[in-house]
Design a protein around this ligand. Structure first.
Ligand code: ADP
Length: 256
């Protein structure tokens, strides 16, 4: 579904140049939920914006579904951290969710139905007529997730999607992602700096180095399903994996 080969990105030129990504290669299978974790400022958002076709990387190539990314791929949706800037305040919740569906070949009635279905799947069946400012932060981020789901993307990118909500809401939203991916066939790439979250949510965790980012670890997460916030986090495999990811993020050699 996603193939990244020798990706490089440098901001600026000459003495002021900043190397954000250097020789990053990675592939993600269809249906996989991959978490990418790395230290703050290492280049995670740059990577995500490159996959989404929002910036043109200075080197290497990215393919989504076999197609070289030159602009935003048609079958892709992005959920950003800052829901307050990603929802349109003057549009109702239902209109926000239905908006991207204008790019699909759907009449207005079908767009409304698809928006309502997506809102139901994130637990906001009754919120369609409200405006974003009438909802809590966690609910607004659910709306942003519903908007991505309604679009039925083949690939969903999530950039620190739970970074702006409180701890309890964060756990609820992590569980929501696990739930919705069970109902929709979708490949998900979720970027986070939270080590525990990457292991809790991911089928696989890729760890990036400090800037310029490249892959320093690629771990399969084989935890018993269904995952839940208490027993999964207590599971010995979870504890071991988070320690391993933690060492990789901090650049510490594994204990032999
Ligand atoms: P992360 O998401 O891992 O925190 P980013 O991809 O946002 O990291 O940024 C990686 C590095 O690139 C940071 O040092 C940041 O300051 C720099 N950077 C990001 N965007 C730009 C830009 N538009 N121009 C110049 N430098 C940038």
């Amino acid at each position: 579904m996603l193939e990244i080969n020798s990706l490089t990105h440098t901001y600026g030129e000459g003495a002021g140049a900043h190397h954000a990504i250097d020789g990053l290669s990675l592939s993600v299978a269809e249906g996989e939920l991959l978490c990418i974790v790395g230290p703050s400022g290492c280049g995670k958002s740059t990577l995500l914006r490159s996959i989404a076709g929002l910036i043109t990387p200075t080197g290497g190539e990215i393919r989504v579904g076999g197609e070289l990314v030159r602009q935003t791929p048609d079958n892709l949706a992005v959920v950003f951290q800052d829901y307050s800037r990603s929802l349109f305040p003057w549009m109702s919740v239902a209109d926000n969710v239905a908006l991207p569906l204008r790019r699909r070949d759907m009449d207005k009635k079908r767009r409304r139905e698809a928006a309502q279905e997506a809102l139901e799947s994130v637990g906001l069946a009754d919120a369609g007529r409200k405006y974003p400012f009438q909802l809590s932060g966690g609910m607004q981020q659910r709306v942003a997730i519903a908007r991505a789901l309604a679009y039925r993307p083949a690939l969903m990118l999530m950039d620190e999607p739970f970074g702006s909500v409180d701890a309890q809401t964060r756990e609820d939203l992590e569980d929501l992602v696990l739930k919705v991916r069970g109902h929709h066939t979708m490949t998900i790439v979720l970027i986070t700096h939270d080590i525990d979250e990457s292991v809790y949510v991911g089928d696989r965790v890729v760890v990036l180095s400090k800037a310029p980012a490249h892959v320093v670890g690629d771990l399969k997460v084989d935890l018993p399903a269904p995952r839940d916030q208490i027993s999964t986090r207590e599971h010995p495999d979870f504890v071991q994996l988070r320690a391993e990811v933690g060492r990789l993020v901090r650049g510490v050699a594994p204990v032999s």
